[in-house]
Design a binder for this molecule. Structure first.
Ligand code: ZN
Length: 174
């Protein structure tokens, strides 16, 4: 009973609880009991957490938007590049389009020189494929080097293989 008389009491400004003056805590200009200080601190912590959470969310959304913007820019860049390449290829193809083939009529019966050229060219191709060896006869050029259709014209020539890589070809009519 004696201590109660000497100790000074005060009331919590928040909940009105009677507290020892020496136990009272001043918080934001108010005299509060321990419970109310803890409650206030909890509230402040929760509020701070809420703010931090909100900030993180905003930062995340900002970053997300930034990444999407970047991806869109990249996609647009890739699209434009592809379009440019496609355009260039089209222009290149247009510039290099083949000329329409003009039909040429050659009468091989009358044009021995042309036939001889065809045979020499065919022998050259044959040699390229056979390590330089000349064919044993002109018949060997058919059908890979000379068309079967031209077979009758081969009879107009005398072919003779001299060595492995050399040959003579003569016009029978000359
Ligand atoms: Zn209180």
């Amino acid at each position: 009973m004696n201590s109660e008389q000497t100790e000074k009491y005060t009331a919590c400004e928040r909940c009105g609880k009677k507290i020892l003056e020496k136990c009272a805590i001043e918080d934001s200009g108010k005299v509060l009991c321990g419970d109310c200080v803890v409650l206030n601190t909890d509230k402040e912590v929760k509020h701070a957490e809420k703010i931090v959470k909100q900030q993180r969310k905003e930062e995340y959304q900002l970053e997300h938007k930034r990444i999407i913007k970047k991806q869109r820019q990249r996609a647009a860049y890739v699209f434009v590049t592809c379009l440019a390449i496609f355009g260039c290829v089209q222009i290149f193809n247009y510039m290099n389009r083949p000329e329409p083939v003009k039909s040429v009529h050659i009468d091989l019966k009358k044009n021995q020189e042309t036939m001889r050229s065809l045979i020499v060219f065919a022998i050259d191709s044959y040699q390229t494929d056979h390590k330089g060896a000349a064919p044993d006869s002109l018949e060997m050029l058919i059908p890979n080097y000379i068309s079967e259709k031209l077979q009758p014209f081969l009879d107009n020539f005398t072919y003779k293989r001299n060595g492995n890589t050399t040959f003579t070809i003569e016009d029978k009519n000359e």
